[in-house]
Write a protein that binds this ligand. Structure first.
Ligand code: C5P
Length: 297
């Protein structure tokens, strides 16, 4: 980042990508209330747009689908990000944050986390701080488990509670076409983890695939660029899916519809309720999106 011109900047616009978790292996509940995770994040083309501009005081405006469900006061995660980086840098957090929502709100795609990451990146650029990605990641980890990943984008392995990130060096040759079925009502992540804990307590061990095997299968598939391989690798690789379906049984119908209309794979995105479908081509994705819309999904 070039610091010299920073003082003259009128504002900064940042793309904040949504994500899907291609694997999500949940480990033990830790004393701090978080679960140990192994997860492969994949950034997708669906993104919010976050604009940060100098202002008399910190304000947040949220527009777009689901905006009414996003807090626009001090507890907005992007506002918290602005205050955090301002405190760390000794800067005045006087900026106007404008968020154009496209990523489903409370949908399991970490849109709010991506907005917060965008606010960190935007303030860093606006104020000419020149923070390294690792410095930004440490700030992001204070805001939430999923806030660090959008700083990397692409595909990355998340461990710890999800905040420790290792980019997956995929060749980048593959383009994968996803369709997202958005639910009208969000799901709260803590509720899904609680349901996961309840289900684990009430049934014998499932014999899930070890986390490392899931990660290798997905990384190889991403590298190959082969959608059919990726479809096989993401099958049954999200440990939170059963909990999300338990809280929202109607999602099972949505998931069934995907393969009936040509999807190679369907999964709950993160903690849900968004369902993500992998298709073999852009026309297949358009056909599936049309078929899902026709059923009201
Ligand atoms: O980190 P974040 O604020 O996004 O997490 C929201 C909630 O999700 C946590 O308070 C916790 O209940 C749950 N969670 C978890 N284990 C993780 C990440 C999140 O139990 N690794």
């Amino acid at each position: 980042m070039n610091r010299a011109g920073a003082g003259r900047r009128a504002g900064v616009t940042v793309r904040a990508p949504g994500k899907v978790n291609l694997t999500l292996s949940v480990g033990p509940l830790r004393p701090d209330g978080y679960h140990e995770l192994s997860t492969v994040f994949l950034a997708v083309g669906l993104h919010d747009v976050v604009r940060i501009a100098p202002a008399a005081r910190l304000t947040v405006t949220v527009r777009g689908p689901g905006a009414a469900g996003v807090p626009d006061g001090d507890d907005n995660l992007a506002a918290r990000a602005v205050r955090l980086i301002a405190r760390a840098a000794g800067a005045d957090p006087a900026v106007a944050v404008r968020i154009d929502k496209r990523v489903p709100v409370a949908g399991g795609m970490a849109g709010g986390s991506a907005d917060a990451a965008a606010a960190l990146v935007g303030c860093d650029a606006l104020w000419g701080l020149g923070l390294s990605r690792e410095e930004l990641r440490l700030l992001a980890a204070e805001l939430g488990s999923d806030v660090g990943f959008p700083l990397y984008g692409g595909a990355a392995l998340g461990t710890g509670r999800g905040e420790l990130l290792t980019p997956l060096g995929t060749s980048g040759s593959g383009v994968f076409h996803w369709v997202f079925a958005v639910s009208p009502q969000g799901l709260a992540t803590p509720a899904v983890f609680r349901e996961y804990d309840r289900l684990v307590r009430t049934r014998p061990a499932h014999g899930e695939r070890p986390a490392a095997e899931r990660v290798t299968a997905v990384a190889d598939a991403l590298d190959s660029g082969d959608a059919a391989l990726l479809a096989a690798a993401v099958k049954d690789a999200n440990d939170l899916q059963e909990a999300a379906l338990s809280l929202r049984p109607e999602l099972a119908d949505t998931l069934r519809l995907g393969p009936e209309h040509g999807a190679l794979a369907g999964l709950v995105s993160g903690s849900g309720p968004t369902c993500a479908f992998l298709t073999e081509s852009a026309p297949a994705a358009a056909a599936l999106a049309g078929a899902l819309s026709a059923t009201g999904r």
